[in-house]
Design a protein around this ligand. Sequence first.
Ligand code: PXP
Length: 239
Amino acid sequence: MAQLGVNIDHVATIRQARGGMEPDPVAAAAIAEMAGADGITIHLREDRRHIQDRDLRLLRETVQTKVNLEMAATDEMIAIALAVKPEQCTLVPEKRQELTTEGGLDVRLHAQALEKAVARLQEGGIVVSLFIDPDPDQIKAAAKVGADYVEIHTGCFAEAADGKIEEQELIKIENAVKLASKLGLGVNAGHGLTYTNIKKVAALGGIEEFNIGHSIISRAVLVGLDRAVRDMVDLIKYA
Ligand code: PXP
């Protein structure tokens, strides 16, 4: 069975909205692990819009499964990763203005820089994954630069306008998984996966780990709201 990495960035996004202490992604990670998550995924962005350096440091100490650090392949981030040593780094492209990661890395274009980044992280004992589109050329390039894993970007599948496009995107993912495995790469997948669309991708087989964030945290807000309101009503009633 494939593993689930829970991305808790959105918990930090809610905290940052008030600049205070709650909700704490460190607490969220503990709950996710108790519920069966196989790993905790966080994206330390250059602009620190959600996850902070403090979160990474504390999660490194408290997470009992594994920490998967998504990051841009910059000198600053590589230095942080080598100091904190998450089990896995997933290298992603990063643009300042984007709402979320908008697509996979262009490994062919940035092969030289990525090869160096991959080697530096691996020398530090960190497993390295490259977030890429389900494109055969990018998969071959990922193998060439020495990555351990690829994370297949499932965003186009998730956002497909109709069933026909969705089917085409699913076939691209299926072929990408096969090619990556043939080249000796481990395969993860993520982005835009939901309680509805996960079934089709999980049924493909060959994917080791799914990294899912937005849909899980969105559901958590709704399924947790009933209890949260009842708790506050009780406090007011019995004050
Ligand atoms: N994988 C990668 C590389 C990502 O950048 C993200 C978003 O941070 C995810 C997975 C999770 O995507 P989503 O929040 O849409 O589930």
